[in-house]
Design a protein around this ligand. Structure first.
Ligand SMILES: Nc1ncnc2c1ncn2[C@@H]1O[C@H](COP(=O)(O)OP(=O)(O)O)[C@@H](O)[C@H]1O
Ligand SMILES: [Mg+2]
Length: 234
């Protein structure tokens, strides 16, 4: 579903912040992306949601060469991707409800269905009493939960979440992980950037580990799977 080969990335004339990154993600897989601050996690996420282009290497997304997409194709592929940004990026003039409803409205879904889905999801993430509030009147953790609800509401094929439990206390962080697990069981491929060791211990998924721009895969079983994928078994 996703394949990176020899990917390198630099911003402007700066040094390479990602170097020789190789990996394959099978459809329906669930990975943590870990590594210290500044290692390149957010940069890798930007590549994955087609926000930026690599400076070298080859990138395939949904079986298409991601470097040769025109704007229209790129927009089409992006609709299959749900993203929770590290800085949330909520629309400040829209209520919590309308922020989460937006992707469904863009898809042209019926207002009646939208109401039901969005209300249910906002209740699940503990914001049932805050649906009509504007983002800036809510706490950082609450805004983050709006961002998470917005990213999952369309049941995307790929969900990318950048430090989604960073601002949340343990119980809510745990509940959100359950939400991600459920989404994964319905077939969504998931990548969660995190440095929350406790979370990674509790929910055992293979890890992509970034250190100073270099990626390694930290799971023997997964490494075997990756080899099979690369060998074309899947
Ligand atoms: N927009 C940008 N322009 C220039 N350098 C950047 C930009 N974004 C990130 N960097 C640099 O790239 C490196 C990796 O950053 P980042 O991907 O944010 O890491 P992480 O998310 O793991 O903390 C850092 O050295 C950071 O300063
Ligand atoms: Mg980051």
């Amino acid at each position: 579903m996703i394949k990176f080969e020899n990917i390198g990335l630099r911003y402007g004339v700066g040094p390479e912040v990602l170097r020789d990154v190789h990996f394959t993600l099978a459809p329906g897989s669930f990975h943590f992306l870990s590594g210290p601050s500044g290692a390149g996690k957010t940069s890798l996420m930007r590549l994955l949601y087609l926000g930026i282009q690599p400076t070298r290497g080859e990138m395939q997304m949904f079986a298409q060469n991601a470097q040769q997409l025109d704007r229209h194709k790129k927009a089409f592929l992006r609709q299959k991707i749900g993203v929770v940004f590290q800085d949330f990026r909520l629309l400040q003039h829209l209520s919590a409800f309308d922020n989460v409803a937006l992707p469904l409205r863009i898809q042209g879904q019926k207002e009646k269905d939208i109401r039901k889905n969005v209300e249910e999801l906002l209740k699940w993430v503990g914001l049932g009493d805050h649906m009509n509030r504007l983002p800036h009147t809510l706490s950082g953790g609450q805004q983050q939960r709006i961002a998470i609800a917005r990213a999952v509401v369309t049941k995307p094929r790929l969900l990318l979440a950048d430090e989604p439990t960073g601002n949340l206390d343990d119980e809510i962080g745990y509940k959100l992980m359950i939400l991600f697990e459920q989404l994964n069981k319905t077939g969504t491929t998931i990548v969660i950037a995190t440095h929350n060791e406790q979370m990674m211990e509790r929910f055992r998924h293979p890890r992509l580990v970034l250190e100073d721009g270099e990626l390694s895969v930290e799971d023997a079983i997964y490494a075997t799977q990756t080899k099979k994928i690369l060998d074309g078994v899947y």
